[in-house]
Design a protein around this ligand. Structure first.
Ligand code: ARG
Length: 458
């Protein structure tokens, strides 16, 4: 018999019972559900709605339910539909009438919103910690290789030389923004719906500030209809997870590319690679690929919830029961991806010689040669054309710009002098990029210090 069986004469079928149940998903929220119930019961007693002895019995009974769940001794029954009814039924079985007083002035509508917000807050904090760990791994790689030069790309074509540390730090900043989005999602979840009851508030003298405070919420949601029907905080969490996963997917795409024979920029540790069942020589970057792939499901979780929310009238609708599975999955998936990526980055071997060898190909000095002429007074657009001719000459000869003789340069412009060699040297090219935020050694050192400062504050 359902706990609401009073007005019913017939039970739902076994199929609809199963179809309508959320227990398989929301049992993950048992600790939040019990904490919410304890806070509600203590507040009911303080407000004189139930006796203190009943509140004490409820607290004791809820503690025992929690122990049984955590010991794996709690027999979940799908007929209870969700975690709220499961806990309440077990409580009543244990402490009797006191337990049957717990739901006074409360509905599952404000109860589920409370549990989910508590859960979301916790998951945001977990993800923020995992985000920090990955940033630390990237910073360590940047610090360990301060002089390594690699080709920088646009359109995946060689563009200008950059420091490997600069490239690593680009991901650190992406992740720093992800941290901010997770913190914002946590702030969105950090408001208490408890006391909104089914939709309109209650006739009991509930102290919403008291339950909010005892559950660690920083504020109370001001409108009871909004309190039971708002799931923006889960959208915020799912969006934060999606963007962060997208960033990890970009990082992993580069790891996959860099570990090919064609690039050979890095070697993944065996612990983050797999072999082939048929090709004995293979070492595959499976985990980087998997993180890239998992991004699809996290974005799917976000889209599913957005579409579920669209056009829902106020206030609670059963559609809202669909909110948790995707958000729980998005958070779990991102957490696993962050942990995996941190291990992979920490243990990857950087190959400075291969990076430098590639940075010598593809006329990476071209912009600097044009700048050389522009700094001697030639209009930049004209200098661009001159260097274009020199690149064409290199293409015809099958050589690079630094293989050309001074006479070759001077045949294109008499502004070229012997010091053109400095515009052709990889280290000098990198060092010359002194702009704040640029790839010059000093600028990257400053950036690294800033990234570490932000990390220390997060
Ligand atoms: N299992 C429900 C959910 O996850 C709990 C709230 C149910 N409320 C109701 N009136 N049916 O949303």
């Amino acid at each position: 018999m359902a706990l609401w069986s009073g007005r019913f004469t017939e039970n739902v079928s076994e199929f609809t019972q199963r179809f309508g149940a959320s227990l398989p998903v929301d049992k993950a929220l048992y600790a939040q559900d019990i904490a919410g119930s304890k806070a509600h019961a203590a507040m009911l007693a303080k407000a004189g709605v139930i006796a203190q002895a009943d509140a004490d019995a409820i607290a004791g009974g809820l503690g025992r339910v929690q122990e049984r769940i955590e010991a794996g001794e709690f027999a979940f029954d799908i007929n209870d539909e969700d975690i709220h009814m499961s806990v309440e039924r077990a409580l009543i079985a244990d402490v009797g009438d006191a337990g049957a007083r717990l739901h006074t002035g409360r509905s599952r509508n404000d109860q589920v919103a409370t549990d989910t917000r508590l859960f979301a807050k916790q998951r945001c904090s977990d993800l923020m910690a995992a985000n920090v760990a990955l940033r630390q791994a990237l910073v360590k790689q940047a610090e360990a290789h301060p002089d390594v030069i690699m080709p920088g790309y646009t359109h995946l074509q060689h563009a200008q030389p950059v420091l490997f540390a600069h490239h690593m730090l680009a991901y650190v900043w992406m992740l720093a923004r992800d941290f901010g989005r997770l913190a914002a999602a946590r702030r969105a979840a950090d408001a208490s719906p408890l006391g909104a009851a089914a939709l309109a508030g209650t006739t009991y003298p509930l102290d919403r500030q008291m339950t909010a405070e005892s559950l660690g919420f920083s504020r109370v949601i001001p409108n009871s209809l909004d309190a039971v029907s708002d799931r923006d905080f889960l959208l915020d969490l799912s969006y934060a997870c999606s963007v962060s996963c997208m960033h990890l997917s970009r990082l992993c795409e580069e790891i996959v590319l860099w570990s090919t024979a064609e690039f050979d920029f890095i070697g993944l540790s065996d612990a983050f690679s797999t072999g082939s069942s048929i090709m004995p020589q293979k070492k595959n970057p499976d985990f980087a690929e998997l993180i890239r792939g998992k991004t699809g499901r996290v974005v799917g979780d976000l889209v599913a919830l957005l579409v579920t929310m669209k056009a829902l009238p106020l206030a609670y609708n059963k559609d809202l029961q669909e909110d948790k599975e995707g958000a729980i999955d998005a958070a779990k998936t991102l957490e696993d991806c962050l942990v995996c990526a941190a291990g992979m980055i920490e243990t990857m071997a950087v190959k400075p010689e291969s990076m430098r060898a590639q940075a010598k190909k593809g006329y990476l000095a071209a912009t600097d040669v044009a700048d050389y002429l522009a700094k001697k007074g030639m209009p930049f657009r004209r200098a661009h054309e001159v260097v274009g001719h020199l690149v064409l000459l290199c293409e015809q000869r099958g050589c690079d710009l630094d293989d050309l003789a001074l006479a070759d340069f001077q045949a294109e412009s008499d502004l070229f002098e012997a010091d053109i060699t400095s515009a052709l040297d990889l280290d000098a090219i990198v060092a010359a990029r002194t702009t704040e935020g640029g790839t010059g050694y000093a600028a990257v050192a400053e950036q690294l210090a800033l990234a570490k400062q932000v990390l220390a504050d997060d």
